[in-house]
Design a protein around this ligand. Sequence first.
Ligand code: ADP
Ligand code: MG
Length: 606
Amino acid sequence: MGIINILSKETVNKIAAGEVVADASSVVKELMENSIDAGSTSVRVKISQAGKKLIEVADNGSGIFTDDIPKVFLRNATSKIRDDISAISSLGFRGEALASIAQVSRITLITRTSDSELGTSVEAEEARIVSEKAVSANRGTTIRVTDLFYNLPARKKHISEDNTAAAQIIDTVGKIAISRPDISVTLINDNKTVFTTPGDGSLKNAAVCVYGRDALRGMMEMEFTDDPLYISGLIVSPAFIKDRPSYRIVILNGRYIESVSVNRAVDSAYNELTGKSSAQFILNMTLPYSMVDVNIHPAKKNVRFMNESLICMLVKQGVKDCLASQIEIKTHSSPDDIPEEEGWHSEAMVFDSLREYMPAAYRDYGTVKDNAPSYSDASAYQISDMLTVDRSSKTETEIGKPDTAVLNKDILLKLSNMEVIGNAFGLYALIEYGDDLYAMDTHAAHERVLYEKYLKAFNSHSIAVQELMTPVYVELSPKRCALITANADQLGELGFGVEEYSGNCILVRSIPMYLNDKDIAEIIRQISGEIESFGSSTDLAGRNALLIRCACHDAVRGRENISGEESRYLLRQLYETDMPFTCPHGRPILGKISEKYFMKVFERIK
Ligand code: ADP
Ligand code: MG
């Protein structure tokens, strides 16, 4: 006797529903996408008990024709495409979301189109309409989903136990709001407003409302066009990169997506120019619809690009161009801004680490006041309720967060034509310009200039090599010895002629000419450490790390008191580099202090 059964239609539908509506946040996502596809300019999302009790999405879009209402709960029923999936411009197209959601919840749908005076309200259970009546309603559609997963006990249990479910919904709604800044999105969680975006078309304004002003500090606007790609968005200035970035968002044609390859392209741009990675960013990319296949993932979170490597190359170029043209730095305009060793500074640290545990939308508590029009008082209370730790009630603005200032190539050019008025602490060249006193970290600047010089020489295979009259013996641990030997070829390309002498000793026969007068043993030791932490010098990051090491060794050290003329020459050379604002490790090269700062110190102004 055979053992294979044909499953009942009911079971088949529940299985299919599982693909689209994996959890409460995917229900929210599908409903919001429908609102967006309906041309709404305002979408309001309400949830209670992490969506288990209620998910309601109300929009002011086109509404649904009365004749179409019974069809919305049918599988494969859509108004968005007609059997052509080659160039999809809408967010939805499969006609399965409402059918799936209806299968696993109870739905109330209220809708009115502009050509009818009365709206219609229907209730559906297990995808069947159980009641229908005429109601007065605004134009648009409201879909209320209650008792989600009531007929899938295992999944329902998952929601109720998972206390991050609400955070996930907040995250999803935030990303959708940011991906469509032209639409005003409001999120209400358990009767409290989490955020409202203005819908004014500005990505930055939307992001500030969702993540808070502080999380957006140091974010620079970028714009880049190279056929067929157009990118606008926000990328972080190197000085504001966080260890754990709170957001890395890729939006493609109005849809937020997950793209490992775009993330990697951004990382490699940062890595090449600043030695850092894991930068926070929001990239809004536009490509011809025909170049993207959105039909490869059940929730459409992943897409396939035609010619992905070209797209990623352009993304990387766009990010590099932006980073190289200007950056934001931290400045202090008032002596009160400088933290004491003790006091509020340590409090601020408590505050920061606490924040990590909060959902993104709550994290930026300190800025609630700045955003008065966007946050209701209710949300401010809720957020401060979460911060019932032992700290004062000062906001971060009050406790003196440093200001930011923009540095760009114009300013750099002007500085390089000014007189260097002196050198502080044997390290910082001082230049007065406008109402500000600029300081250049001469070691960092020199490191940048040398690094790019060596990188260019490396890329054109023209690193000059110095054969040593007497080879240098360098003692290393057996592990590091083995690493150096294993990477001998790559080190050779960088100008180092090395070979194994014994299990714990390396013989150095040649070095790059530019390291002629340096402590070779020390450099080799550091390089072996670099290789140990990177694994290999063959990949780009590893090779860059080695070049950076060399540049660091060759650069002027602090306390060398380089002259004004030398500093000026350095500024000129810096101007010629591809990334004149940070050293290869990503630290700032230039800083500034305003005249106002001095006036406050000397009490000329209060
Ligand atoms: P899809 O979005 O793939 O078309 P759905 O199941 O999500 O499939 O929705 C089915 C249809 O219901 C849509 O094609 C659309 O015509 C209609 N619809 C759903 N939600 C809305 C809404 N908020 N406003 C207007 N029409 C809607
Ligand atoms: Mg849909």
